[in-house]
Write a protein that binds this ligand. Structure first.
Ligand SMILES: Nc1ncnc2c1ncn2[C@@H]1O[C@H](COP(=O)(O)OP(=O)(O)O)[C@@H](O)[C@H]1O
Ligand SMILES: [Mg+2]
Length: 356
């Protein structure tokens, strides 16, 4: 196993720069997920760590060694792609042992490692099959098995679950996490799915347009997003964000551009009159008599909880509640924000403002 360091890494294709100086330090044994919208540069960065893409600036190190000019097969990493890339004419056993045969490992060692990996992944009974006779989930497991048998220093995954149906994705998520808990191999995993990132990662790196927006544990990002982008990207349904300003005179409150007035904690730091964005997660809106009045637009019960889509002045608002309320479109509902969970963002920089 090894640590991985990405220091001021840049990538340009001709004059077009797609990574603008990225810094990430990954500890030995850590499970780090790169997440961000499509096109933000996740795959490019992963491929640079793998050695499949030239580095335009900065350094990639594995362990204490800078590997910028080290060939992919010398980096002691194993990569799993979205398109499993199995050899169709080889059995599962041959697919899994391929890299070891290529490295001229002794036959009995190949057999032991392939059988160990097959057992770990529940593939023992499929070793003689060909990829065409496997389900999507089984193919995905074989692709992982091929990476495991190499016992690499680092695993790299690029959206490995994107081709699976929703149910299988949830199951494989948990299997990959358990696999990491067992093997403790340093893992870098790319996805555009924030739920995948939240449920699997030790730490998440949120990327946008070739920049790192924030690095932190899943709950760090959820509770203390550095800016409006991270606040909106992490969490589903997303955080409610309402544009407006702090009252300039009179009682301290937030005045939405759409006309609504919302409470602020007494210790709210921004100056009177400052333009801010009011951010409150759906589960931090409480239905309560002394709340502000909003108009119900749609009610979506899921069983465990109910999502209320409402309108507050001209702003849309989502509240998730666990109690069962008899509400219908057009009804008035009183909602009160839990002020200890409120976020305020600077309207210009979109950075989160301290409240205290
Ligand atoms: N070979 C290439 N030549 C030119 N531009 C590329 C190439 N590969 C990727 N890009 C561009 O780099 C950006 C990042 O791509 P990518 O790393 O694939 O994003 P992600 O994996 O986050 O969806 C995109 O704008 C993409 O169009
Ligand atoms: Mg990609």
């Amino acid at each position: 196993m090894a640590s991985v360091s990405v220091a001021n890494v840049r990538k340009n294709y001709g004059h077009f720069e797609v990574l603008h100086g990225v810094d990430i330090d990954i500890r030995d044994g850590e499970f780090v997920i790169l997440v961000g919208p499509s096109g933000c540069g996740k795959s490019t960065l992963l491929r640079m760590i793998a050695g499949l893409e030239e580095i335009s600036g900065g350094n990639v190190s594995i362990g204490s060694k800078v590997v910028n000019n080290v060939a992919p097969k010398e980096r002691d990493i194993a990569m799993v792609f979205q398109s499993y890339a199995l050899y169709p004419h080889m059995t599962v056993e041959a697919n899994m042992g391929f890299s070891l045969r290529l490295a001229k490992a002794p036959k009995d060692q190949i057999k032991t490692r392939v059988h160990d990996a097959a057992q770990t992944l529940g593939l023992q009974h499929l070793l003689d099959r060909y990829p065409r006779n496997l389900s999507g989930g089984q193919r995905q497991r074989v692709a992982m098995g091929r990476a495991i048998v190499r016992q690499p220093q680092v695993f790299l995954f690029d959206e490995p679950l994107s081709n699976l149906d929703a149910k299988l994705r949830v199951q494989m998520r948990s299997e990959i996490k358990q696999l990491h808990q067992r093997l403790k191999t340093t893992t870098i995993y790319v996805t555009h799915d924030q739920i995948e990132a939240m449920t699997m990662a030790d730490r998440i790196v949120v990327m946008r347009d070739g920049y790192v927006e924030q690095i932190g544990s899943p709950l760090d990002l959820y509770d203390r997003p550095a800016n409006l982008f991270v606040a909106g990207f992490i969490g589903s349904p997303g955080m409610n964000v309402i544009k407006g300003r702090i009252s300039a005179t009179g009682p301290l409150e937030f005045i939405a551009n759409g006309g609504a007035r919302l409470p602020l904690p007494e210790n709210a730091a921004p100056a009177r009159g400052a333009e801010v964005i009011y951010g409150i997660r759906p589960e931090h809106l409480i239905v309560s008599q002394d709340g502000v009045s909003a108009e119900v637009v749609v009610v979506e019960p899921t069983g465990a909880e109910t999502q209320i889509n409402a309108r507050l002045g001209s702003d849309a608002l989502v509240a998730t509640v666990r109690e069962r309320l008899s509400l219908q479109a057009g009804d008035a509902v009183q909602v009160a924000p839990d002020l200890s969970k409120l976020h305020l963002f600077d309207a210009r920089t979109e950075k989160r403002l301290p409240i205290d």
